[in-house]
Ligand binder design. Structure first.
Ligand code: GLP
Length: 258
């Protein structure tokens, strides 16, 4: 995995936006996999700025979101539909019909999950998947012990995730218990993966994901199996990495690499 350490969250977001822009500039009809949570907010802000100031074009882009809470309608302020609309989609020129987000209110989850996987395939697969990481090392809502070959399905959230995400709700009791999420296997099929993490609270999860064994206990560790996975993290999230000096050495030597 390529590890890039930035001094702070702002720099992390700017570097991530550069990666996204590079993909869009070389493939204007790229398929992006998108994540929610507080981590990618700076990235989305920067993409909006690039769209407004530099004409970054989303008119041919298709997006697939990783996950959604079961039971929350699109209009619920804590739904990932609402989050994506408010924090990205309403500010850029992406056609509405090109936006895919798992439904939290379908009456047939099994059929929906199958349909979602089919749509990703029909669109040619995901070119770049953005990922955050939960404090228990999960990606999307693939909680510890999720199969590393899993596909889009319903997951029961771990207590830790409910507690972490309670800050967005009035109380922990209001956090949904189930979510619909792309599987680890679905995520691994994207052509490129970009994991973002900032803050000290993510340091242990990042170290386990990047340097620990590949294990379903830390689903982000599955990124080690991907040939084009990159992690951009800030200094705090990088603080438990044993090989930190090596990653920085690689970056410093990059301009002279043969
Ligand atoms: C949720 C989302 C994940 C996200 C994680 C971390 O569990 N399903 O996709 O990575 O939260 O969120 P945050 O970036 O707010 O720490």
């Amino acid at each position: 995995m390529e590890i890039i350490v930035r001094d702070n969250a702002d720099q992390m977001s700017r570097s991530a936006a550069t990666v996204v822009a590079r993909v869009l500039n070389s493939k204007p009809n790229a398929v992006l996999g998108l994540a929610t949570g507080s981590t990618p907010l700076g990235l989305y802000k920067e993409l909006i700025r690039m769209h407004k100031d530099e004409g970054l074009d989303f008119s041919q882009v298709t997006t697939f979101n990783l996950d959604e809470y079961v039971g929350l309608t699109k209009k619920h302020p804590q739904s990932y539909h609402y989050f994506m609309h408010e924090n990205l989609f309403k500010h850029i020129n992406i056609p509405t019909q090109n936006i895919y987000i798992p439904s939290g209110t379908t009456d047939n989850y099994e059929a929906f999950c199958e349909w979602y996987e089919d749509q990703i395939e029909r669109c040619g697969g995901i070119d770049l998947q953005i990922l955050g990481i939960g404090s228990d090392g999960h990606i999307a809502f693939n909680e510890p012990t999720s199969s590393l070959g899993s596909r889009t399905r319903i997951k029961t959230l771990a207590k830790q995730t409910i507690d972490d995400n309670a800050r967005f709700f009035d109380s922990a009791e209001e956090v949904p218990i189930y979510a619909i999420t792309m599987g680890v296997g679905t995520i691994l099929e994207a052509r490129k993966l970009l994991l973002l993490a900032n803050g000290r609270a993510k340091a242990a999860a990042v170290a386990a994901a990047v340097e620990g064994p590949v294990t379903s206990m830390i689903t982000a560790s599955a990124l080690q199996l991907h040939h084009e996975a990159m992690a951009i993290v800030d200094r705090e999230a990088a603080s438990s990495l044993r090989m930190l000096e090596y990653y920085e050495w690689i970056q410093a030597k990059m301009p002279d690499a043969p």
